[in-house]
Write a protein that binds this ligand. Structure first.
Ligand SMILES: [Zn+2]
Length: 321
C-alpha cells in the first residue's frame, strides 16, 4: 500500500515539474515575440501610448499589418485624422498619394470616388451629400426617381421667363433667397437678370432627354439623362438676359449680365457649374448661364481657385465612402 502511494506521489511530482517547465518555456518565447514586435513598432515611430490607442480601433491582424506593410507612425496618423479613413485601404491610399502627389484627404477621396470625373455614364452610383448644399449630381452620380428636395419655394418674383410655370420656377429655399439677393444686387447695377429654369422633376428631365435623343446622336452633350440633372436638386438655376433674347447661349458670357454673374455670383453662394475648359471634368461644354448654389464658403474657394465642384469635394471635404 505504502509503496503504491509513493509511486503515485512520485508520478505527480514528475507531472508538476513537466508542467512548470512548459509554462516557463511558453512565457519566455511569448515575451521574446512581444519584445521583437515592440522593437519593430518603435522603429516605425510608435510609442506605447500610440499602440494602446491603436488597439482600441484596430484588431490583432491589423496591428500586425502595420509592421508587415511597414507603415510609419506619421503616415498612419495623418490618415487616421480623416473621417472616411479605413485601415484596410491604406496601401491603396498610399499608391494614389505618392503617384499623384496629393494630400492624405485627397488620396482617401480619390480611392473612394475613382470615377468622380471620368468614364461618364460608365460607372454610375447614387448621388452623395443628399439634402446638403454640397449635393453631388453629375454624369456618374444620380438621383433616384422619387428624390424631391425639401423646402421648395416658387420663385415667381425672380423675373421668371414663364410666370406661374410650376414645372420650372421652383427652387430650394436657400438657393431662392441667395438668387433673390443676387438679382437685387444686379438691379442696383442696372442689370436685369431673368430666371429661366430651377427645380426640375425626374419625369420632366426624362422627357427633355428623350426629345434630344430623338433629334441628335449627341444628346448627352446637351442634356442630362434622367436622374443625372442637377436641376433635380433644386439648387441649380439657369439665368439669362434680354440682350441674348432670353436664350441659354454661350454668348451670355459677353453680355453685361453675364459679366456681372461671372464676377459676383460667388458672393451669393453660386458657382458657374460648367466652366470653360473643364469639360474633361464635368462632362459638359461651357454653360455660362447655369449656376449652382453651394453656399458662400465653397463658392468663394471654387471661384478663387478656378476649380469645379468635383475638385472642391476631393480637395476640401471628407467625402462619404
Ligand atoms: Zn441648367
Amino acid at each position: 500500500m505504502k509503496y503504491k502511494i509513493k509511486i503515485v506521489l512520485l508520478l505527480l511530482l514528475i507531472l508538476m515539474v513537466l508542467f512548470m517547465r512548459n509554462i516557463s518555456n511558453y512565457s519566455n518565447t511569448s515575451s521574446n515575440i512581444i519584445y521583437v514586435i515592440k522593437d519593430e513598432y518603435t522603429r516605425l515611430g510608435y510609442t506605447q501610448y500610440d499602440l494602446d490607442m491603436l488597439e482600441s480601433f484596430l484588431d490583432e491582424n491589423q496591428m500586425k499589418e502595420i509592421i508587415k506593410l511597414n507603415i510609419p507612425r506619421n503616415i498612419l496618423f495623418s490618415y487616421h485624422k480623416q473621417k472616411s479613413f479605413e485601415f484596410d485601404k491604406i496601401m491603396l491610399y498610399e499608391d494614389v498619394r505618392t503617384n499623384k502627389k496629393v494630400t492624405f484627404k485627397e488620396a482617401i477621396n480619390l480611392v473612394n470616388h475613382p470615377y468622380l470625373m471620368s468614364d461618364f455614364y460608365e460607372s454610375i452610383r447614387s448621388a452623395i451629400n443628399l439634402n446638403t448644399e454640397l449635393i453631388l449630381v453629375n454624369k456618374n452620380y444620380y438621383l433616384k426617381k422619387d428624390y424631391i428636395p425639401e423646402n421648395l419655394i416658387l420663385g415667381d418674383d425672380l423675373h421668371p421667363l414663364i410666370p406661374n410655370d410650376k414645372s420650372r420656377n421652383y427652387l430650394q429655399k436657400e438657393a431662392y433667397n441667395a438668387l433673390k439677393a443676387l438679382f437685387i444686387e444686379a438691379e442696383n447695377n442696372n442689370i436685369i437678370l431673368y430666371f429661366s429654369n430651377g427645380y426640375r422633376t425626374y419625369e420632366k428631365q426624362d422627357k427633355i432627354y428623350s426629345e434630344y435623343l430623338s433629334q441628335s446622336h449627341n444628346a448627352d452633350v446637351y442634356s442630362a439623362r434622367p436622374g443625372h440633372s442637377e436641376h433635380q436638386t433644386g439648387l441649380a438655376v439657369d439665368i439669362t438676359c434680354q440682350s441674348v433674347n432670353y436664350l441659354l447661349t454661350e454668348n451670355f458670357e459677353k453680355t453685361a449680365a453675364g459679366k456681372f454673374i461671372k464676377e459676383n455670383a460667388h458672393h451669393f453662394g453660386f458657382i458657374e457649374r460648367y466652366p470653360k475648359n473643364k469639360e474633361y471634368i464635368t462632362g459638359y461644354t461651357y454653360e455660362p448661364w447655369h449656376l449652382r448654389y453651394v453656399g458662400k464658403k465653397a463658392a468663394s474657394i471654387i471661384y478663387l481657385s478656378n476649380i469645379t465642384l468635383e475638385e472642391y469635394l476631393i480637395k476640401y471635404t471628407n467625402m462619404p465612402n
